[in-house]
Design a protein around this ligand. Structure first.
Ligand code: BGC
Length: 767
C-alpha cells in the first residue's frame, strides 16, 4: 500500500516529490482521450525512475512467439502496445545545465490530476546544481474534442537569475518499449521535417507498418506578451526540435505553448498523413491553448453530467470512484468501432493494450448506463467485425463449418496470447461475448441488433460449443473436457461448471434469437442463412439435444455446484486460516502448489451465478457464495466486484462493502504493488458495477428498471446517474429515503424495492 496522495473529491493530488513512487504516479496521473494516451512523464529531461509512455490507439507490434515446445494452433505472435514518439518533450537549459528534477533540490512539488476538467498540472521550485532557482508550472491535456491533439502550457520563472534560458520543444521518435527484448526498437523513420517553430516526424512500426505522424508547433510569451524569437532547428535521425534562447529577467514568467498531434494511418491515408498532421497542428495553434482547454472542459462537464457518482460522507471513497469513472472515460469513447478497452488502457505496456473478455464481462454495463447507446453498441460491433477471424481461429484448432472461437487476447481479431492453458482452454470467453449481446439488448431494448449483427456471432459461437462437447458414455451426458475456467488457478480441468453452463446458455439464446429474427425480419434471416450456410433443422436439433443433456458437476449434499469435476477432493482451507505471509499466493507459492490447492483466483461458479442470477433461487446462490467466497483470494482485480454484487443481493451488506473497498482505490493506494505498470482499467468498471448493481441493486428485467438500494453504513448518501431507454435518471440513496429524479423528457417506469412506479418527464419520486 502506498498512501501518499491527498484526499480530494475532484482531484488526485501529490504534494512533495515522491521520487521512489514516480512510476506509480506516472500511471495514476495519466491522461487520454480514447484515441491517444500519455503517462504523467515530465516535459523536461528526467534521469530518475520513469516509464516513458505515449500511446496511440490501435497501434501495436506483433512480437514473435518463441517457444521450444511449440504446439499446433499456437498464435504466431503476441501483441505489444507500442510506446509512440514523444510529443510532450520540452528541454530547459540554464547556464549550460539541463533542468532535471533528478539532479535538483525540489521544493513545493505538486502534481494534480483535475478529473473534473480533464487536465494534468504540475508545479515545483527547483534549485539547480549551478545555484539557479526556477519556478515551473506545466499544464497539459489530450483533447477529447479534437482527439488527435494534445496541448501543453509550460511556464518557467527564474527566481534568482537574469539571463538566457534555452528552451527546446521537440519530438523524439527514437524511443523504446520497457518490455522490448534486447532493447529492440519498433519504429522506423519515414519522413521528418523541421520548420520555424514547428516540427514533424512520420514513423512506421516494424512488421505491422502502421504509420504515425507526430507534429508540434509552439509559441512563447514573456510576462503574458507574445514574443518574436529566432530558433535553431535541430534535425537529426528520429528527432526534430527547435532550440530557442531567450533572455529573461529575474521574476519574469516565460511560457511555452506547445500544440502537438498524433495522426495514425488507421485514420488517414499514408500519402496524406504528413499534410493532414500539419493542418491539425496549425488549427490547434490557431485556436490557442485557452480555447482548446475550454472546449475540452465543457466536453468533460457533459461526460460528468451523465456518469458521475456522488458519495457523501467519505471523501476517499468519492475520490476513488471518480478516479475510476475518469479513467474509463479517458480510455474508451465509443467514437470508433475498431477500438476497444485494454486492461491497462493507455497507462502502461502490460497486457499489450489488447482486448480481453474483460470488455464484455465487466466494462459493457458502465458504458451502457452512462453513455449514448452507440458507445456500447460499438463494443459489440467490434466483435462482429472479428467474426471471420474467430472462425479462422477455431479452424486452426480443428473446428469446422463456421464454428467461431474468439481469441482470449486480441488486437485485430487474431489470437495473440501464447500460454496454452489460456489460449486453447480458456474458451469461456466465447460465452461472455454472447452474453454481452444479451446484456445490451436487455438493457437498451435494441432487439434489431440481432438481425443486423448479433445473430451471426451467436450462431458462430453456438456451432463452436456444439463441436467442443461430446457425449460421455459413462455419464450418459454431454461433457466438456480440458478447459480453464475464469479461475486461472486451475488449468486443464474437466467440466468447469461455469463453462458448461454458459455454453448451453449460448445455444438456448441462439435458438431464441433465431426465432426472433425469423419472425421479425424473414428476409434478413434468409440472407444470414445463405451467407453462413446455416440450415436450421440440421443444426438446431443438435443444440437442443445438448441443452437437454448437459452435465453440470454438483454436490447435492452441500447443495452447491462444483467448480469442476472432483473439486471436493481438494483440501478445503479458508483464506482466513492461511498464514497471511503466504499472500498473495501468486508471488509466494510455486505454480504447482497453487494448482493443487483449493484457492480461487477470481469468481468462477459465482461469475455464472452473477450472470444468470434469475435462473437460480436465492438459497442456491447463498449456499454457493458461502462455500466459494471464503476460499477465494481475489488475486485478479476483476474478482471482488462480482462478490460485492452478490453479497449485496444476499443482504450481506458488510461483506458487499468490504469487497467494494478492495477495488475502489486499488490503483490510488497501490494495493497490489503493481500500479507502476499501469492502471487496472477494466476492473474500474467492476467498481462502478459494485455501486450501481451492488449497493443500488440495479437490474433490468422484462424491459423494466429495477432498483433495490441500500447504503453502506460509512456513507451519508450516494447518488448515481444512469441512462435508461431514452431517460436520464439520478438515483439518490440516503440513510432515510431514496429519491429518483427523471432529468429527461422521457417517462419511465421503475420498480423500486419490488413496487411499480411510473415516473413522468422531469419528475421526482421520493420514498
Ligand atoms: C484475469 C483474466 C483477465 C486478465 C486481463 C487476468 O489476471 O485472470 O480474467 O482477463 O487478467 O485483465
Amino acid at each position: 500500500m502506498k498512501q501518499y496522495l491527498k484526499a480530494d473529491p475532484w482531484s488526485i493530488i501529490e504534494e512533495g516529490f515522491h521520487r521512489a513512487y514516480n512510476e506509480n504516479s506516472e500511471s495514476i496521473f495519466s491522461i487520454g482521450n480514447g484515441r491517444m494516451g500519455q503517462r504523467a512523464n515530465f516535459e523536461e529531461k528526467f534521469t530518475g525512475k520513469t516509464l516513458q509512455g505515449s500511446y496511440v490507439a490501435g497501434v501495436y507490434y506483433p512480437d514473435k512467439t518463441r517457444v521450444g515446445w511449440w504446439k499446433n494452433g499456437y498464435p504466431e505472435y503476441f501483441a505489444k502496445v507500442l510506446n509512440a514518439p514523444n510529443w510532450i518533450g520540452i528541454d530547459i537549459t540554464i547556464n549550460g545545465k539541463a533542468l532535471d528534477l533528478n539532479q535538483c533540490e525540489v521544493e513545493d512539488f505538486r502534481r494534480e490530476l483535475n478529473m473534473k476538467e480533464g487536465y494534468l498540472e504540475r508545479s515545483f521550485i527547483a534549485k539547480m546544481k549551478n545555484g539557479v532557482k526556477v519556478k515551473v508550472n506545466s499544464k497539459r491535456f489530450c483533447s477529447i474534442v479534437e482527439d488527435e491533439v494534445g496541448a501543453i502550457r509550460y511556464s518557467i520563472t527564474p527566481l534568482n537569475y537574469s539571463g538566457v534560458i534555452d528552451i527546446t520543444p521537440y519530438i523524439d521518435a527514437d524511443i523504446v518499449n520497457k518490455d522490448s527484448n534486447y532493447d529492440e526498437k519498433f519504429w522506423n523513420e519515414i519522413d521528418r521535417e523541421v520548420r520555424r517553430r514547428q516540427g514533424y516526424i512520420v514513423a512506421e512500426t516494424k512488421k505491422t507498418a502502421f504509420q504515425v505522424a507526430t507534429g508540434m508547433k509552439f509559441s512563447i510569451t514573456v510576462e503574458e506578451e507574445d514574443i518574436d524569437f529566432d530558433s535553431k532547428k535541430i534535425n537529426k535521425e528520429k528527432y526534430v526540435g527547435n532550440k530557442v534562447s531567450i533572455g529573461v529577467s529575474e521574476g519574469s514568467e516565460l511560457v511555452v505553448y506547445k500544440y502537438a498531434a498524433y495522426l495514425s494511418s488507421e485514420n488517414h491515408s499514408k500519402k496524406e498523413l504528413l499534410g493532414n498532421c500539419k493542418s491539425v497542428v496549425k488549427n490547434a495553434f490557431k485556436k490557442g491553448f485557452n480555447t482548446l482547454l475550454s472546449e475540452h472542459k465543457n466536453a468533460w462537464a457533459a461526460k460528468w453530467e451523465e456518469s458521475d457518482i456522488i458519495i457523501e460522507g467519505d471523501v476517499s471513497a468519492q475520490q476513488g470512484i471518480r478516479f475510476n469513472i475518469f479513467h474509463l472515460n479517458q480510455t474508451y469513447t465509443g467514437e470508433d468501432e475498431r477500438l476497444n478497452i485494454g486492461p491497462k488502457g493507455f497507462t502502461g505496456e502490460k497486457y499489450g493494450g489488447s482486448t480481453y473478455w474483460d470488455t464484455e464481462a465487466y466494462c459493457l454495463p458502465f458504458y451502457l448506463s452512462t453513455a449514448d447507446q452507440r458507445v456500447a453498441r460499438n463494443l459489440l460491433v467490434y466483435r462482429h467485425r472479428h467474426l471471420e477471424k474467430a472462425i479462422e481461429n477455431a479452424g486452426k484448432l480443428g473446428f469446422v463449418k463456421g464454428a467461431a472461437l474468439y481469441p482470449m487476447v486480441t488486437m485485430n481479431g487474431e489470437e495473440c496470447h501464447n500460454e496454452w492453458e489460456i489460449t486453447f482452454e480458456e474458451i469461456h470467453r466465447n460465452g461472455a461475448i454472447a452474453y454481452a449481446i444479451y446484456d445490451y439488448i436487455n438493457y437498451t431494448g435494441d432487439v434489431n441488433y440481432l438481425a443486423e449483427y448479433g445473430l451471426e456471432v451467436l450462431i458462430g459461437i453456438a456451432r463452436f460449443w456444439k463441436q467442443r462437447v461430446h457425449m460421455s458414455a459413462a455419464k450418459g451426458k454431454y461433457v466438456m473436457l480440458g478447459v480453464t475456467g475464469p479461475n486461472e488457478y486451475e488449468n486443464n480441468v474437466n467440466n468447469n461448471w461455469y463453462t458448461n453452463y454458459i455454453a448451453t446458455w449460448c445455444m438456448k439464446y441462439t435458438l431464441e434469437s433465431i426465432a426472433h429474427v425469423k419472425q421479425t425480419s424473414p428476409q434478413r434471416y434468409a440472407e444470414i442463412c445463405s451467407k453462413i450456410n446455416f440450415i436450421e433443422i440440421r443444426e438446431s436439433d443438435d443444440w437442443k439435444e445438448i441443452i437437454d443433456n448437459m452435465y453440470y458437476p454438483e454436490d447435492k449434499e452441500k447443495g452447491i455446484f462444483l467448480q469442476q469435476d472432483n473439486f471436493l477432493d481438494k483440501e478445503i482451507i479458508k483464506v482466513k486460516d492461511l498464514d497471511p505471509t503466504h499472500l498473495p499466493l501468486n508471488q509466494k507459492w510455486s505454480w504447482d502448489r497453487i494448482l493443487r490447492s483449493c484457492f480461487i483466483k477470481q469468481a468462477d461458479v459465482l461469475q455464472g451465478l452473477y450472470f444468470f442470477e434469475d435462473q437460480f433461487d436465492v438459497d442456491t446462490i447463498r449456499r454457493n457464495f458461502e462455500f466459494y467466497e471464503p476460499i477465494t483470494v481475489h488475486e485478479s482485480s476483476l474478482s471482488p466486484c462480482v462478490h460485492s454484487i452478490q453479497a449485496a443481493l444476499l443482504g450481506m451488506e458488510e461483506k458487499a462493502y468490504e469487497m467494494y473497498l478492495r477495488t475502489a482505490r486499488l490503483d490510488l493506494d497501490d494495493y497490489n504493488n503493481d500500479t507502476e505498470d499501469g492502471l487496472h482499467i477494466t476492473s474500474m468498471a467492476g467498481t462502478w458495477m459494485a455501486i450501481v448493481k451492488g449497493f443500488g441493486g440495479m437490474r433490468v428485467k422484462d424491459d423494466k428498471l429495477h432498483l433495490n438500494p441500500f447504503i453502506p453504513k460509512k456513507w451519508k448518501g450516494f447518488a448515481f446517474k444512469i441512462r435508461f431507454r431514452g431517460a436520464l435518471l439520478q438515483i439518490k440513496v440516503g440513510q432515510e429515503k431514496t429519491e429518483i429524479l427523471n432529468l429527461s423528457d422521457t417517462p419511465v417506469s421503475i420498480i423500486l424495492n419490488g413496487k411499480d412506479y411510473a415516473l413522468n418527464a422531469v419528475e421526482n419520486l421520493v420514498l
